[in-house]
Design a binder for this molecule. Structure first.
Ligand code: BMA
Length: 332
């Protein structure tokens, strides 16, 4: 048994694994949980970040408008499944007008550290980079400096300081649809200046694990377990029909998270249901958040489906650990 080190969350959404199901991650039966027109202005609602908040849940949602512009919206839910999303985007306050100027915002992650909820997202600033902000109450939002120079995406914070520093995974990229990308680890004492960058994982070029041959990027906030940091990430292959996005998992060293202890050679969830294969960008499952329960080891993954709607899937820390141990990626 591998144990999650986290608070108890008995009210997290959950469905048991269907009898005889072969894969380690199974979908919520009533998927998708959020439709593309969840708010009046939206073309699509996907790649969004959910956390426990008060006696329910809060989330930061990527809602693309009918102009197909990308922005972040806050929402609340009692059960993690039925959501009320605000009709106007998040407005950030901050010290510097230059940083508050909005070009576009997408693919949020939300991470509770110490006393507040930090939000990271892909922020347009002469190209994509990692925006950073925080809130205490999901009403007032404060924006800090961008973490990196452009171009970067998939900035994902760790839920506590490691070696006395804030820690973030990210994926240096380009201005376009990026046909490359590895995961790196960066450190900061103040959430403003990031350095001491370390390489974590690369794409896999051989056919042992072709689904992650083009680019990889961190997904939900890393899950602290007794064996290390469990990460769920997206891996991409370039096919004659374009990019296909799947989910994988890996285990990182607890004190030196740039060291990979285990990594699955097989994907854990791929686009196979109609709402994952058909939409504005077909064949995409893109995880951005996970709820966890320290007692049962349950994990609920929130993921974008075909860049159009939001899905929910379930697993446990044991399922992922067993799957990685049984099918390890040998040549990293
Ligand atoms: C990535 C990001 C994601 C998106 C994915 C598939 O580059 O833009 O938001 O889900 O492509 O289109």
């Amino acid at each position: 048994m591998s144990r999650i080190i986290s608070n108890l969350l008995p009210n997290m959404p959950w469905q048991d694994k269907p009898e005889g199901y072969a894969m380690p991650v199974w979908r919520y039966k009533e998927n998708p949980i959020i439709d593309r027109d969840a708010i009046e202005s939206s073309n699509s609602v996907f790649n969004s970040a959910i956390v426990p908040f008060k006696d329910g849940f809060a989330g930061v949602f990527r809602c693309d408008s009918k102009a197909v512009s990308m922005d972040l919206y806050v929402g609340f839910s009692k059960d993690g499944i039925t959501w009320n999303i605000n009709s106007t985007p998040i407005s950030f306050q901050g010290d510097d007008e230059e940083i508050l100027k909005r070009e576009y915002r997408y693919d949020p992650r939300v991470c509770y550290i110490e006393d507040r909820f930090y939000i990271t997202w892909c922020n347009g600033y002469y190209g994509p980079t990692i925006g950073v902000g925080y809130t205490f109450d999901f009403k007032n939002f404060y924006q800090l400096e961008n973490a990196f120079l452009p171009y970067n995406r998939n900035g994902v914070l760790f839920p506590r300081k490691i070696n006395e520093k804030f820690a973030m995974l990210s994926r240096p990229s380009d201005t376009g649809h990026t046909a490359f990308g590895d995961i790196f680890y960066s450190q900061s004492t103040d959430m403003e200046y990031w350095g001491h960058h370390r390489h974590v994982m690369s794409t896999h070029k051989g056919d042992e694990s072709a689904w992650q041959s083009t680019k990889i990027g961190a997904g939900p906030i890393p899950i602290e377990t007794e064996d290390g940091w469990l990460i769920i990430y997206h891996g991409v292959i370039n096919t004659c029909n374009g990019f296909v996005y799947r989910m994988g998992c890996a285990l990182l060293d607890i004190n030196e998270p740039w060291k990979v202890l285990l990594r699955s050679k097989y994907y854990i969830l791929g686009p196979q249901k109609i709402y994952e294969c058909v939409g504005d960008v077909p064949n995409v499952v893109f995880p951005c958040a996970a709820l966890t329960d320290g007692d049962t080891g349950r994990i609920a993954i929130y993921y974008g489906c075909a860049d159009t709607v939001t899905g929910l899937a379930f697993t446990t820390v044991d399922e992922l650990m067993k799957y990685m141990k049984k099918n390890p990626l040998v040549t990293q």
